[in-house]
Design a protein around this ligand. Structure first.
Ligand code: R5P
Length: 307
C-alpha cells in the first residue's frame, strides 16, 4: 500500500475527546486537529488538519447523540479521504445499530448493514470495533473489520470476585460473552431467557443454571435503559441468589430510565468502559479502552505501543 510513515495519525471526533487524548498519550503522538462547525439548521461541517499520505485513524463513537455522532464520523472519514490520507480506518468503540442485524418483524430493514455501508462509502477502508452486539457485523462490512474485546479489561477489574459468585448472561445473546468472562474468572455461568417486548420493555422468563445462594455478576455487551439487567437481577433474586449483585458491560449508554433503575437496584459494583461517556448520575466505575485501542492502532499501523 506504500505508507512510508508508520506513525499513525489520530483524528478525534467530538463524541469522546478524553478517550482520544488517552490513546494518543499512550502512543506518544499528537492528535490531528479537527474542528467542528455546526450550522443553524443542524448541519455539521468538520475539518481535519494534515493527514496527507498518512495512515489515519478516525476515532468516533456512536453512543449518546447517535445521529449527530454518526454523521460527524461519516463527514470526518470523507474529509480524510479527500485530504489525501493514504489509508483511513474508522475506530468506532461503540457501534450503534448493531442490534439491528436482522429483520425481526415485518416491514423492517437491517440497520447494522446500512451503517456499515455508510462508513465504507464515506471512506473507511478498515473498521475497528469493540464487542459489537453482533458478530455478523464482520460479514456486513465489505472490508477489514478488527473486532477487539473489553472482556480482558473488565474481567481484570472485577477481580477479586466473591468465591460464591456466578456469571449471569441476561439473555441468550450474552451467553458466549459470559463464557469468556467465565474463562477469566473461573466461575459457573447461568443464562436468562429474555423476550424483548419493545425498545424499553423486556421480560425475563427462565433461568438456566444454579444461582441459589450465589452472588450474581451480570455481564452484557451493553446497557441501554437498564431493563435487561433489572429483569435478570429480579429473576436471580427469585431463584435464591444474593440480593446484592455486580454488573459489567462493555458499553454503558444509560438511556432513559437507566439512572433510576441503577439507583434502585442493589448493585454493589457497576463496571463499563469509556466507549461512551457515562452520565454523572450513575455511580459507575469506568475502565478505559485506551490501552486496548492504542495497542490495536499500533499493531495495525506497524508502530509499537507504549502501553
Ligand atoms: C440486547 O440484546 C443487548 O445485548 C442488551 O441486553 C440490551 O440492548 C440492553 O438494553 P436495555 O438496557 O435497554 O435492556
Amino acid at each position: 500500500m506504500g505508507i512510508e510513515n508508520a506513525v499513525p495519525r489520530i483524528v478525534p471526533g467530538s463524541a469522546n475527546p478524553t478517550l482520544a487524548a488517552r490513546v494518543c498519550a499512550l502512543l506518544g503522538i499528537e492528535q490531528v486537529a479537527a474542528a467542528l462547525e455546526r450550522f443553524p439548521d443542524g448541519e455539521l461541517r468538520p475539518a481535519v488538519g494534515d493527514v496527507r499520505d498518512r495512515d489515519v485513524y478516525v476515532l468516533g463513537t456512536t453512543g449518546g447523540h447517535v445521529h449527530d455522532q454518526l454523521m460527524e464520523l461519516l463527514l470526518l472519514l470523507d474529509a480524510c479521504r479527500r485530504c489525501g490520507a493514504a489509508r483511513v480506518t474508522a475506530v468506532v468503540p461503540y457501534f450503534a445499530y448493531a442490534r439491528q442485524d436482522r429483520r425481526t418483524g415485518p416491514g423492517q430493514g437491517i440497520g447494522a448493514k446500512v451503517v456499515a455501508d455508510l462508513l465504507v462509502g464515506a471512506g473507511a477502508q478498515r473498521l475497528v470495533v469493540v464487542d459489537p452486539h453482533t458478530q455478523a457485523l464482520a460479514a456486513m462490512v465489505p472490508s477489514v473489520v478488527e473486532t477487539v474485546s473489553a472482556v480482558d479489561t473488565l474481567a481484570a477489574a472485577l477481580r477479586p470476585v466473591p468465591p460464591d459468585a456466578v456469571l449471569v448472561a441476561p439473555d441468550l445473546g450474552a451467553a458466549k460473552l459470559a463464557e469468556r468472562y467465565a474463562a477469566h474468572l473461573d466461575l459457573p455461568v447461568a443464562v436468562v431467557r429474555k423476550t424483548r417486548l419493545s425498545g424499553t420493555a423486556v421480560r425475563a422468563e427462565r433461568l438456566a443454571g444454579d444461582v441459589a445462594g450465589r452472588h450474581p455478576i451480570v455481564v452484557d455487551d451493553m446497557i441501554s435503559t437498564g431493563g435487561t439487567v433489572e429483569a435478570a437481577a429480579r429473576l436471580c433474586a427469585d431463584a435464591g441468589a444474593t440480593e446484592e449483585l455486580t454488573v459489567a458491560a462493555s458499553h454503558g449508554l444509560f438511556c432513559g430510565s437507566a439512572p433510576a433503575v441503577f439507583g434502585e437496584l442493589p448493585v454493589k459494583r457497576l463496571l463499563v468502559t469509556d466507549s461512551v461517556t457515562p452520565p454523572e448520575s450513575v455511580p459507575v466505575r469506568v475502565c478505559s479502552l485506551a490501552p486496548l485501542l492504542a495497542d490495536t492502532i499500533a499493531r495495525l499501523s506497524g508502530m509499537r505501543s507504549r502501553s
